[in-house]
Design a protein around this ligand. Sequence first.
Ligand code: NDP
Length: 482
Amino acid sequence: MPDDASQLSTIPVKNPRTGEIDYHVTPPTTDEIVKECTSLRAAQVDWANAPLSDRMGIMLKWADAVEANRDAIIKAESKDTGRWRLSSESPDAVIWGIRGWCDRAEGIIENALRVGQSSTMPSIKLTQQLVPYPLLGVISPWNFPLMLSSIDAIPALIAGSAAIIKPSEVTPRFIEPLKESIAAVPELDRVLTYVAGGGQTGQDMINNVDIICFTGSVPTGRKVAEASARNFIPAFLELGGKDPVIVTKSADLERATDAVLRGSVHATGQICFSIERVYVDDSIHDEFVDRLVEKTNKISLNDSDIHKGHVGPLIFEKQAGIIDRQLDDAIAKGAQIRSGGKSQDIRGGKYVPPTVVTDVSHDMTLMRDETFGPVMPVMKFSSIDEAIALANDTEFGLSAAVIAGDENEAMEIGKRINAGGVSLMDTTLTGSILRDAEKTSFNLSGLGGSRMGGASILRFYRKKALMVNPDMPVKLQDLHET
Ligand code: NDP
């Protein structure tokens, strides 16, 4: 048994399927974080000086080590999240992430190393140098524990940074088996550390790193941005959303209802770019709702057998209160629950059935605040201009979707929506752009450069310009003041 002092400093962790506390986290002290960051920083010098091909070779060894430890990682992450299928794919985020970046990194970096001459002073020769930030701090949320803890660190390590990563205290079990895979690659172990801890650990990290990548909620993102600004380090923030979908009168209803249901309910709605507002043309609204309700009623909870059913328990039980309060507020203001409803306790887990709500308006929190659950509020519109105004009437701007009669119609609408990624003729296609297109969030949904596309890896470099004058310098006497 731990003594009283360490007992006080441990964080209890609940199992989302049973509600039992079956795990504890002992966060590192501030001194331990300082020591760890000092050691990572020292090792980063050789890491950054090694050729890119050497770093990529070491990262590929890590991909193999994750593959070798796959079962243990999946088992632990599955306990963290209460879900099986998505956790069973989580090691692929690291394996494919590393292999994908190893395919693309060299070309992207070479392209960024522009060499040439000045256009304003043609005799001056220019060389661009990329200098990696020594130490990246990653603070990540609970909804996709392994994937979101590694998505920024992989390109940063390839760029030549060291990394310290703090996943959410809500889902820390996967860290242990993952650390075994890191320990299997000693060259990587020196420059990559996972720590289990809570908010204080995150703040300690911000005080000891050179650059921050944060994924999480807007309120915590604000705290991270403030602390980073005080330390004068760049912070890349990937925050929440309230993603809209517009369904026009010419849309195919089969396509539209399938895309909305999947986009809202997949992963129990615990995806930052889940569809959370559904705007449907007045003329097809009733038929759309009937079909959506019919399909929703066929979706089953994944309560008794983790391998069966679609909708798993909420990972973080406090989310149930947020969802219930939003539904209560909507009902009090005249909304109709057409399918599903509030959260249910089942054998210690908190479950929210897929829920269709109609007669909603923008004075309801359900249409304004992030829900992070499988809820589909459907609202009518009578013109495309109105639909776009409704979609843009939000303090967020993460992503959005348009389902129209054809791609061209959807594209014209998509171009007018204020969001970083817009899926056309489907929903939630953000995962398709990983290394291929860039996106930056609008409004409160994020801050900083793109996590996607080639720009992602270039975030981890300081850009240095080396300027050569091969001619004799201009003499001061030749510069006329008037
Ligand atoms: P939180 O903002 O609550 O937590 C995110 C991380 O920040 C956790 O590791 C948390 O630690 C840590 N943290 C908490 N307090 C502080 C602090 N004061 N200083 C530094 N770090 C701190 O988010 P959730 O974990 O609840 O995740 C859900 C949110 O994440 C949703 O809003 C969702 O939209 C967003 N998200 C955004 C994505 C995107 O790409 N835009 C992707 C996925 C999720 P701990 O949990 O231990 O308290």
